[in-house]
Design a protein around this ligand. Structure first.
Ligand SMILES: Nc1ncnc2c1ncn2[C@@H]1O[C@H](COP(=O)(O)OP(=O)(O)O)[C@@H](O)[C@H]1O
Ligand SMILES: [Mg+2]
Length: 290
């Protein structure tokens, strides 16, 4: 797989005024409200926000799994109305086929796309090499660690040469050391392939280390609250984490997220979730009782 040149590069994601609600027990839960964002072709963008704020719902609309109630998700100006091989998706759970070897897992989508076997093998081996997994091509998923399984998941999502990679908390189930290694591997792979990435995470340092830009979402119903540019140079290296620039970015994002988490708790209190505790909620919301 060769890296696309600037001239051939595409993969511009546009989300405009997206609204998605779910009906549950006769009531509608508004998951995403008037959310708009862009991922430019070849850009790495993270989406961060409190739990339940609609991050996965927004990404599922871009993946084509969840139709919007109104608004639009577009790829290169074309409305997204279903899943497609132009978008690879990686979830937190490794969804590998346990009965297939690593390479067969990676080749699966290519086989479905009727790519001839020798070409499939070359493509799979090139990507497995980039992810440091070539020595494990004939292993079965059960023989791999969690981090390795997730690397196979990423390679599999990349196998069909998508323009866009959608990653929903892909490292959320990994321990922190493995997670750090995975971040480095991912940033190196992205540096080589330069496809557009929309990456969901809870982890502020992870978002900063990986991204060109970060969108912070509000508590549910999720809107885009802020957009933060990450001016750290590329390629990213672990020693950047110790710089004052990095610490400054962590501080400003933490502040935004804290405001949102408090707003979310405030909403729950108002909804009567903790009514039995008899707390008094003042005009500043839950901040008063903390
Ligand atoms: N399929 C669904 N049916 C009903 N409610 C849902 C569904 N998916 C998500 N929700 C609700 O929508 C809100 C946003 O969910 P989600 O997008 O998964 O949040 P996040 O990924 O930010 O944690 C939550 O309140 C969640 O319970
Ligand atoms: Mg989620």
């Amino acid at each position: 797989m060769s890296a696309p040149t600037a001239a051939t590069r595409s993969g511009h994601i546009q989300v405009r005024d997206l609204n998605i609600g779910f009906k549950a027990n006769g009531a509608t839960v508004q998951a995403v409200k008037s959310a708009s964002l862009d991922v430019q072709a070849g850009e790495f963008v993270s989406l961060i926000g409190p739990s339940g704020c609609g991050k996965s719902t927004l990404m599922n609309a871009v993946a084509g799994f969840t139709p919007p109630d109104s608004g639009v998700a577009m790829l290169d100006g074309k409305r997204i109305d279903g899943p497609g091989s132009d978008r690879g998706v990686v979830f937190q759970q490794y969804s590998l086929f346990p009965w297939m070897t690593v390479r067969k897992n990676v080749e699966f989508g290519l086989k479905m796309a009727h790519m001839p076997p020798s070409q499939r093998e070359t493509q799979a081996r090139t990507l497995l090499g980039l992810a440091g997994l070539l020595a494990f091509e004939n292993h079965y998923p059960s023989q791999l660690s969690g981090g390795m399984k997730q690397r196979v998941g990423i390679v599999r999502a990349l196998a069909t040469s998508p323009q866009v990679l959608l990653m929903d908390e892909p490292f959320g189930a990994l321990d922190s050391q493995t997670r750090t290694v995975m971040q480095e591997i991912l940033t190196n792979m992205w540096q080589r392939l330069r496809l557009s990435v929309l990456f969901i995470t809870h982890d502020i340092e992870e978002a900063i280390f990986l991204s060109d830009r970060i969108y912070v979402m509000t508590a549910r119903p999720g809107r885009i609250k802020a957009e933060i540019k990450v001016p750290l140079p590329r390629p990213r290296t672990p020693d950047m984490i110790d710089t004052p620039e990095f610490a400054g970015l962590v501080r400003s994002i933490k502040k935004l997220i804290r405001e949102e988490s408090l707003a979310a708790m405030d909403g729950e209190l108002r909804d009567g979730g903790y009514g039995g505790l008899g707390m008094e909620i003042g005009p500043e919301g839950v901040a008063n009782v903390l």
